[in-house]
Design a protein around this ligand. Structure first.
Ligand code: NCD
Ligand code: ZN
Length: 346
């Protein structure tokens, strides 16, 4: 008899959908698994206004099938020049759920990001007042800080003072990667939560160098030590309400990653839920998956739970080596490996 696992339909609280033909290639992978997704605004140029967010939303909806139940939850990209008026307009818009802080130069398409936290203080005040959550890419960009220490330095230099200054602002510390971040969120205020990706749960940094350089495991924040990975698994499966699912699925063309200067980002939407199930099962905590994937995030964002269900079954499938991506291809997470959980289409 096949083992099945039926869950409330989950949400992906951190997703890069890209745009145009590339978006058309990947969107069904998310829409088949997730009811809603927080859509990252780091297009080129970034989504910095309500108008641009609504236009992007229309392009996303146009990519979906008729009547398909998938809600893109739009976000604004904060810059040094984001005005309180734009924030208030975003908060008043039913389709915009948050604004994202990318330190300038921290990651893909972040050139227009925030150069110093002080330059967004008035925007953050407006967000706090209007109840619009702040999402943070939590890494300092100071070149003197070792790349593996940038998240821990961000906690000390930026996040701690920010939470003290803006005590009512809801903050999501995105894609956490370290023991320090787990500890910080666990012991932090109720206004602080974190997303955890499948790739940071599956891999420590040694995997990036296993038998040679593996560019498809390069992402930001970069993979950390095995002890960090274990701390993330404990956080994800531990039932704490302020850790939840965010894939950070971030597709790039194969050629852009297999390059002398490869870009950061791992594509996981094709099998994210199945891989989370595999991780939770290995940790002996399959019964915690629903809360992590379909409970905690909605509660933190103040959203109702989804009414639909999704069913996984214990059946092996081999992850394809490549998938179509616009006019090229993307190498997905776990390519060529066997995942033990499969999605069943209702
Ligand atoms: C993301 C991307 O490619 O847009 N890359 C990544 O490595 N995670 C950007 C981001 O979330 O940092
Ligand atoms: Zn991301």
């Amino acid at each position: 008899m096949t083992t099945t696992l039926a869950l409330r339909r989950p949400d992906d609280f951190h997703l890069h959908l890209r745009d145009g033909a590339r978006m058309a290639s990947v969107i069904q992978d998310s829409a088949r698994r997730f009811a809603r997704a927080i859509v990252m605004p780091n297009l080129n140029p970034p989504i910095t206004t309500v108008t641009a967010a609504l236009e992007y939303r229309s392009r996303i909806l146009a990519c979906l099938n008729e009547g398909q139940d998938f809600t893109p939850m739009m976000t604004l990209f904060l810059t040094d020049h984001t005005s309180p008026a734009e924030i208030h307009a975003a908060a008043a818009c039913e389709h915009i759920y948050a604004a994202k802080l990318y330190p300038a130069g921290s990651t893909t398409n972040s050139e227009h990001g925030v150069t110093a936290i002080e330059s967004v203080h008035t925007a953050l005040e407006a967000m706090q007042e209007a109840g619009l959550p702040l999402l943070v890419h939590g890494e300092v960009t100071d070149p003197h800080v070792d790349v593996f220490d940038r998240e821990a330095a961000f906690i000390d230099r930026v996040l701690t003072p920010l939470l003290q200054r803006f005590r009512k602002l809801r903050v999501v510390f995105e894609h956490i990667t370290t023991r320090e971040a787990v500890h910080f969120v666990r012991n932090g205020p109720d206004t602080l939560a974190a997303t955890i990706t499948p790739h940071h749960l599956l891999n420590g940094r040694s995997a990036m160098f296993d038998g040679g350089l593996r560019p498809h495991l390069y992402c930001l924040p970069v993979l950390k030590r095995e002890e960090d990975r274990q701390a993330l698994v404990q956080a994800a499966v531990g039932g704490h309400p302020r850790f939840f699912l965010g894939t950070d699925s971030a597709p790039h063309p194969r050629t852009a990653k297999e390059s002398a200067c490869g870009c950061a980002g791992i594509y996981s939407a094709h099998g994210a839920l199945e891989l989370y199930a595999q991780i939770f099962e290995s940790a002996g905590a399959l019964n915690q998956l629903e809360q992590f994937a379909a409970g905690n995030g909605a509660v933190f964002y103040g959203l109702p739970g989804n009414s639909g269900r999704v069913t996984l079954e214990k059946r092996d499938w081999r992850v394809p080596d490549t998938l179509p991506f616009g006019d090229g291809e993307v190498v997905p997470l776990f390519a060529g490996e066997v995942c033990h959980w499969s999605l069943t289409d209702a």
